[in-house]
Design a protein around this ligand. Structure first.
Ligand code: SF4
Length: 411
């Protein structure tokens, strides 16, 4: 068994293309289940944010010598809540700072409550070619429970307005396992989603995040603790129902029509390089993982002032008191191996032997013989001639499988 510390691994370099993530920390209202780095009531920060994020994009473009960008993802937060002029300026800065591929997938997360025909036309004009819409449910009672600022009808209307404006690639996000949610409600929501004929659907099981108002409501008994068995039934219902309507599941939480998989998220799952800009954004670049200043106010104060960005090491240069990067993690071969296994096994195609060996010089069976044997005996994974992947049962117990590949530094 090889010593992982001595493995000479070859993570893909950024000059072969990266995914670019832009974090937008603004929401019109804060949903009670959400613990993302997003805030309501800080609109006075938008102008400063625009200045800072444009500075950061220009800085990275210079430091990395304008590398190719394969995908762009505007997430948050609610990018669709930003004034269209701000979004347009950010797109122009991205295009003048990076080598954006003409075929690049450019996704924007969108709240149905923000959609108008005029805005949709501006988004297309700016270069957005894919929408990821946070619908969450097509049941008005559950939307109220989730604190959403749109109705089911408004979400359907928004989808149609975007389609009519020319968006040919739309994804819908839905949440299951909600307090009081019945399997009938969930089936109806899935049918409503399918009827809109989106290209992509993402399904998330509700997680109760500590510190959120929803966690307090569950802790105090206002809402029942979500039932894991019921959530598993809903997941299986979705697998069958979406399969019957021509969607292929390609990842634990994601389904698409043929060829419409999220190219940006595939970069994460394949553990390829990406750059995150904006407050709290995370990056995996040049063999280093790092995170930006989390507080929007602090980010605006620090990055809002243009400063001379020069230095031999791009990440080190940005990790100074005047730069956006707040922390840099040490990445060892063992961590990269664990990440490659954990992220890759989320995909239905699994981690291919070819890709793993190209990156680490040996097969996963050489590094994890006992772990793989144990998971096979528990019927949680399958090993084929091409890849190692989750079994049907393993997809319901993904976290238990992924835990087997963590913490092997001492090997
Ligand atoms: S709109 Fe999205 S990001 Fe904003 S608070 Fe709600 S769930 Fe969180």
């Amino acid at each position: 068994m090889p010593n992982l510390a001595e493995i000479e691994h070859n993570p893909p370099t950024y000059d072969h293309g990266i995914g670019l993530y832009l974090h937008v920390p603004f929401c019109q209202t804060k949903c009670p289940y959400c613990d993302f780095n997003t805030y309501a009531g800080i609109e006075d920060q938008i102008a400063g944010y625009a200045r800072a994020v444009n500075n950061e994009i220009r800085g990275w473009g210079n430091l990395l010598s304008h590398p190719p960008v394969r995908t762009i993802f505007l997430g948050g937060g609610t990018p669709s809540y930003l004034p269209v002029a701000v979004l347009d300026e950010i797109h122009k800065t991205i295009n003048s700072s990076f080598e954006v591929a003409p075929t690049a997938e450019v996704t924007m997360e969108c709240n149905p409550g923000d959609v108008t025909a005029e805005k949709a036309a501006c988004w297309i004009e700016s270069g957005v070619n894919r929408i990821s819409m946070g619908v969450q449910s097509f049941d008005d009672g559950l939307l109220t429970l989730l604190g959403r600022r749109h109705t089911a009808h408004e979400a359907k209307q928004a989808f149609t307005v975007l389609r009519d404006a020319g968006f040919q690639n739309q994804s819908i996000d839905l949440i299951y396992g909600l307090p009081y949610q019945t399997t009938e409600q969930w089936s109806r929501t899935l049918e409503d989603a399918v009827e809109l004929d989106p290209e992509h659907i993402s399904l998330y099981s509700l997680q109760i995040e500590q510190g959120t108002p929803l966690a307090v409501d569950v802790a105090t008994g206002r809402y029942p603790i979500p039932d894991d068995d019921l959530a598993a039934d809903m997941y299986e219902d979705a697998q069958a129902r979406l399969g019957n309507h021509g969607f292929s599941q390609y990842e634990i939480s994601n389904w698409s029509k043929p060829g419409m998989e999220s190219q940006h998220n595939l970069i994460y799952w394949l553990n390829e390089p990406y750059l995150g800009v904006g407050p709290g954004a995370h990056s995996w670049l040049a063999g280093q993982r790092f995170a930006n200043l989390k507080s929007p106010r602090r980010y605006v104060t620090v990055v809002g002032n243009e400063y001379e960005i020069v230095g031999p090491d791009p990440v080190e240069t940005m990790h100074t008191p005047a730069g956006p990067v707040d922390s840099v993690e040490v990445t060892t071969p063992a961590i990269d191996i664990a990440e490659t296994m954990m992220m890759g096994m989320r995909l239905n195609a699994g981690v291919t032997h070819e890709r793993f060996e190209k990156r680490f010089g040996v097969g996963s069976d050489v590094i994890f013989p006992e772990e793989i044997g144990r998971l096979l005996r528990l019927n949680l994974i399958e090993v084929t001639g091409n890849a190692i992947l989750l079994s049907e049962r393993g997809r319901l117990l993904g976290n238990e499988v992924f835990a087997e590949f963590i913490g092997n530094d001492e090997k």
